[in-house]
Design a protein around this ligand. Structure first.
Ligand code: PHE
Length: 447
């Protein structure tokens, strides 16, 4: 076995983890979810979920990874609990399934970059979306996006992932700030900010029962938790790093970028008079793209905006592929390049059914969100909190001066609060899946 790689620097690790966290979720869905859930009031709930649930859960994955210095499946064995390997394996499955449809969205982004050059979505963005979202164009985009992901991961942790994210993450930040400054000059800027920043507590309170579990789920997704990604990434980490400090930096930058995306999206939409709530999650590809068609310099804007999305998507997809690649390449003697290519192909094929139409695509998304992520998180927190807590309370205190009271608070939080929050989210998630499948009807819903 070749020696295991290590991040070349602390900032390299943080940028890679930020790259994973900052994804299509931040730029594509966050602003629109905010719009339909009470604006700034929703941002508050989201921040609370990210800080109280996301941050401590990130530490859960970090302690497993750094303590074991192993891929997510072998980690449990390494720590002396081989009978828990299934939990790591479950995380690998979540990554596999997620990448299979995340890559399709990556393909849509590629189609829009092309469309910004040729102008093909300017007249009728909704029509364009309909023509590329499924069928052959979607398959081609999916294949190219997977190819790019495989290409980066094949180079390895430091030469591939670390190097790519060192370029992409600052790129995202700079371009997004640039677009934000430009958006501030638009005629609808003030109205857009107003919309974004005025809390509507009435909408928030009347939908609190659906918003809270949604915010918890979004906190996991946006921070890449429940995929074993953060286990894999932290396994390449040295012992002298402060895990809480790293985690705080990652959560902070991720949140900043999500908030920034709102400062780009809302002024644009209000300038052309489109309600941000109207189009749901597809809005970036329909109304926002439509707006680019109507504004001066729209072609350039569209090109830049979708390039940001491409960077965000790729720096996330490589982390998803790294999870199974680290496991397979450390278990069998095939070499990273072949493993990356083989797994990339398998994931591509697994995603193909989701290119047949948006309804099937939606099923992939919903199963991951409502079922797979919460189950994986629950397994990780129960393991760290109740099964092997001693090792982890020691691990978390290495490299930090935060002291025992932090460790104890974290431990009890992981033991009690997070399982309760995730359990609640899971019940509602399963319910919504059963409802969607027509197995139960709305009359017997709880909560
Ligand atoms: N955090 C990413 C996003 O917000 C999604 C993701 C999850 C990426 C897990 C990689 C791993 O889009």
């Amino acid at each position: 076995m070749p020696e295991r790689e290590h991040w070349t620097s602390r900032i390299g690790f943080i940028l890679a983890a930020v790259g994973s966290a900052v994804g299509l979720g931040n730029i594509w869905s966050f602003p629109f979810q905010t719009a339909s859930n009470g604006g700034a009031a929703f941002v508050l709930v989201y921040l609370v979920a990210v800080v109280l649930i996301g941050f401590p859960t990130m530490l859960v994955e970090f302690v497993i990874g750094r303590r074991s210095e192993s891929n997510p499946v072998d980690a449990f064995e390494k720590l002396g609990f081989g009978n828990w390997s299934f939990a790591g394996a479950f995380g690998v499955v979540v990554s596999f399934v997620t990448l299979s449809f995340y890559s399709i969205v990556g393909g849509w982004v590629l189609s829009y970059i092309l469309g910004s050059v040729t102008g093909s979505y300017f007249g009728d963005a909704a029509g364009y979306f309909g023509s590329i979202a499924s069928g052959t164009p979607a398959i081609i985009g999916h294949a190219i996006f997977m190819g790019l992901t495989v290409g980066i991961v094949a180079f390895g942790v430091t030469d591939g992932i670390e190097r790519a994210t060192k370029v992409m993450v600052p790129g995202i930040l700079i371009l997004l700030v640039g677009l934000g400054v430009w958006a501030a000059t638009l005629s609808g800027a003030a109205a857009g900010y107003d919309y974004y920043l005025t809390p509507d507590f009435a909408v928030l309170f009347s939908n609190l029962d659906s918003i809270i579990p949604y915010a918890v789920g979004q906190a996991f997704f946006t921070l890449s938790l429940g995929f074993s990604v953060m286990i894999a990434y932290s396994s390449y980490l040295d012992r002298d790093d402060s895990l809480p400090a790293d985690s705080g930096a990652i959560v902070g930058v991720n949140t900043l970028i999500a908030l920034l995306a709102g400062f780009v999206v809302f002024p644009i939409l209000s300038t052309i008079g489109v309600s941000p709530e109207s189009g749901g999650a597809g809005t970036a590809f329909t109304s926002l793209a439509g707006a680019f068609g109507q504004l001066t310099g729209g072609a350039i804007l569209g090109f830049v905006f979708f390039s940001i999305l491409l960077f965000a998507g790729l720096s996330s997809s490589i982390s998803l592929l790294e999870v199974p690649v680290s496991y397979v390449s450390e278990t069998y003697d095939y070499g990273r390049t072949r493993v990356a290519l083989g797994l990339g192909t398998a994931i591509f094929l697994f995603g193909l059914p989701a290119t047949t139409g948006l309804a099937t695509f939606g099923w992939y998304n919903d199963v991951v969100f409502n079922l797979l992520i919460p189950v994986a998180v629950l397994l990780f927190v129960l393991f760290v909190g109740w099964v092997a807590a001693d090792q982890f309370t020691e691990e978390i205190s290495l490299g930090t001066s935060l002291g025992d009271s932090f460790t104890i608070t974290w431990l009890w939080w992981v033991r009690l609060v997070i399982p309760l929050a995730v359990g609640f989210t899971l019940v509602l998630g399963i319910q919504s899946l059963l409802l969607k499948a027509g197995i139960i009807d709305a009359a017997i819903l709880l909560g």
